[in-house]
Design a protein. Structure first.
Length: 145
């Protein structure tokens, strides 16, 4: 009977080893697969090849520029003569021709407007800052103002 027990124990031990081998092999294959997929190992081993591959991929991915064909002056003039919006724009530009005086007047008005807005925003920010300080002081003393 003891011989049967030892044979059974040996058989069980052999079966465990047989079962363990595929698991170990499977784990080793998994590790090898992850090593093969790891791009950092390739980059460390062949950096210039990876740079070249990246440049080639970028060249293929980026679209080509479309060629620019310069227009002919004659065709532009004909097109402008036929287009009503160009004629209206030219007429409006001639109607509103500015003199030196009106240009200087516009400049002065814009400067005054910007200066006034700067003073207004400064006064507004000072008023808001003083209002927030007075609320802070009243809250610290416990007595509302």
């Amino acid at each position: 009977m003891s011989q049967l027990t030892t044979e059974a124990d040996e058989l069980l031990k052999a079966m465990r080893e047989v079962r363990a081998e595929p698991c170990a092999e499977k784990q080793q294959r998994t590790v090898n697969a992850w090593e093969n997929v790891d791009l950092t190992a390739y980059v460390r081993a062949h950096p210039w090849l990876c740079v070249g591959a990246a440049l080639a991929a970028g060249f293929l991915v980026v679209p080509q520029r479309s060629p620019i064909i310069p227009p002919e002056l004659n065709s532009l003039g004909t097109l402008a003569d036929n287009d009503q919006s160009v004629k209206k724009a030219n007429a409006a530009a001639q109607k509103h021709s500015h003199s030196l005086f009106t240009g200087l007047l516009d400049l002065a008005a814009n400067s005054l407007l910007q200066g006034g807005l700067a003073v207004f925003t400064k006064q507004l920010s000072q008023g808001l800052d003083s209002g927030s300080r007075s609320r802070t002081v009243s809250n610290e003393s416990g007595v509302p103002r």
